[in-house]
Ligand binder design. Structure first.
Ligand code: ADP
Length: 197
């Protein structure tokens, strides 16, 4: 089992890189943003509850995200592992994930932080706004999502750094180059796991 967290601000390329990781390592992609957007599309009870938060660029309450993710993850309990994309986003989510995985003796292996300058994030998201069809891809909400990331999600870097699982990757390079660096990081942590008792 291999559990990878792909971490970074909105617009850093988490989704693109997650898909490449999934393809190479045969893992299951769990994107909380995608899962929640799907709930909205399907007009489920969860979807109705989360729509306002997402449209407003705010984080969805932890208990809703955790419950939704939990039910998705158990569908794939026998998989080779997961790529968590856009999750965790708060300390409570990270602590709960650790507890859930520790119980099954399958901890988070590596947290890959994709680093991109703020003006570039903004440019990328504004550039894709028309095609994305996402209700939260407009100037005001994009700015808010970046601020929410800085205040509520960035502190997680310290949380995972203390666990010695954090690796930073330059996300300003071309997609394939970023992916090579990510693959190298995953291979390194995977080997470490095999060598250590
Ligand atoms: P991005 O990283 O570009 O903001 P996501 O698809 O990861 O895109 O998230 C879109 C929105 O979904 C967030 O702004 C937030 O409202 C909600 N969301 C996604 N994941 C979480 C999470 N782990 N905790 C709380 N809210 C979340």
């Amino acid at each position: 089992m291999l559990n990878v967290i792909i971490f970074g601000p909105p617009g850093s390329g988490k989704g693109t890189q997650s898909e490449k990781i999934v393809e190479k390592y045969g893992l299951i992609h769990l994107s909380t943003g995608e899962i929640l957007r799907n709930e909205i599309k399907e007009k489920t009870t969860i979807g109705c509850k989360v729509k306002e938060y997402i449209d407003d660029g705010m984080l969805v309450p932890d208990e809703i995200v955790l419950k939704t993710l939990y039910f998705k993850a158990i569908e794939y309990a026998d998989s080779a592992g997961f790529v968590f994309d856009g999750f965790p986003r708060t300390i409570v989510q990270a602590e709960t994930l650790d507890k859930m995985l520790e119980k099954r003796d399958i901890p988070v292996d590596v947290v890959i932080s994709i680093e991109v300058a703020e003006d570039e994030l903004f440019k990328r998201m504004m550039g894709r706004a028309e095609d994305s069809g996402r209700s939260d891809d407009n100037e005001e909400i994009i700015k808010k999502r970046i601020e929410v990331y800085k205040s509520q999600t960035l502190p997680l870097l310290d949380y995972y750094n203390k666990q010695e699982k954090l690796i930073s990757i330059n996300g300003m390079e071309p997609v394939n180059r970023v992916f090579e660096n990510i693959s190298r990081a995953i291979d390194f942590y995977q080997n470490k796991k095999e060598i250590l008792p």
